[in-house]
Ligand binder design. Structure first.
Ligand SMILES: [Zn+2]
Length: 288
């Protein structure tokens, strides 16, 4: 009895295995479809750049989220003079940005900018929250130096961060993150194992990193344009790269380095942008 029963059992096992696989594949395809459709449905026109972007939040929500998270970013510096200097430079950049938007694009700036110097003398870093909350650590602030040249370097860093806000990079990254998460879980379901989802996760990271680099270059472009419009020497952006490169070798935590492309690689691009932007300005003056 048992002898004749064995092949039948095996056949039953095999067919349940293949139908299970088909079901998993179907389920995975469903997840992929859902992730892609919801990603494409997120299209929003950026009020500042005019580009259509896939983002989860409105600008208002970005501003609210930024304001809510700001207190958790660290203690503001007690150095009043330094704090004022940072705020003044930031405000000058924003006023030029507002002017540019009104004149060139006929839109008013929907973001709400705020510049905070953080009481952190060890971490060389600057970052922006969605909506316009921008932070600079004292460690980076001191490394950027005094005088007019120091002002220009601070303007370069703040202008770069303004670029991240205006381009809505973090919202974009969040929407992409959700898409990738959907795809990763689909791969996990289809493969039925841990390994394939880990591979998909790895691929997801590479995609994220690539977008990150592109974002950085876009922000460098904004930084340089705002420096020129605010009458800061744009070539000081090259010195900012040297400061960052130097800080990566020292004892300070190179956080800015891990999320940003290597400063040396950015310098070639920055030189190119400075030339382009200055050319654009000259042409505009010729037409006036
Ligand atoms: Zn950046």
């Amino acid at each position: 009895m048992s002898y004749s029963n064995q092949p039948q059992q095996r056949r039953r096992q095999r067919s349940s295995f293949s139908s299970g696989f088909k079901l998993r594949l179907l389920f995975a395809a469903g997840i992929v479809l859902f992730s892609l459709v919801s990603f494409w449905n997120k299209g929003q026109t950026n009020p500042v750049t005019g580009k259509v972007q896939r983002v989860d939040m409105t600008v208002k929500e970005e501003i609210m989220m930024g304001l809510q998270s700001a207190p958790q970013m660290g203690t503001p510096s007690r150095d009043r003079e330094a704090q004022n200097r940072v705020a003044l430079i930031g405000e000058r950049l924003v006023s030029r940005l507002n002017h540019l938007l009104l004149v060139e694009r006929d839109v008013s700036n929907p973001f709400r900018f705020n510049f905070t110097l953080l009481d952190d003398r060890r971490t060389v870093n600057a970052f922006a929250l969605p909506g316009g909350q921008i932070f600079l650590t004292e460690a980076l602030y001191r490394a950027l130096g005094d005088g007019r040249e120091g002002d220009a370097r601070i303007a370069g860093v703040l202008g770069h961060e303004i670029g991240h806000v205006v381009e809505r990079h973090s919202s974009e990254r969040m929407a992409k993150g959700n898409l990738i998460q959907g795809l990763v879980s689909a791969a996990g379901v289809a493969g039925g194992g841990y390994d394939s989802s880990r591979i998909a996760g790895y691929v997801g990271n590479i995609v994220n990193m690539k977008y990150g680099r592109q974002d950085e270059l876009e922000s460098d472009q904004w930084g340089i344009e705002l420096m020129i419009l605010s009458e800061y020497d744009p070539r000081q952006m090259l010195d900012v790269m040297d400061v960052l490169e130097a800080s990566s070798g020292g004892g300070s935590t190179p956080e800015f380095m891990s999320s940003h492309p290597r400063p040396a690689n950015r310098k070639v691009y920055i030189e190119q942008i400075i030339e382009e932007k200055q050319q654009k300005l000259l042409e505009q003056k010729r037409f006036q």
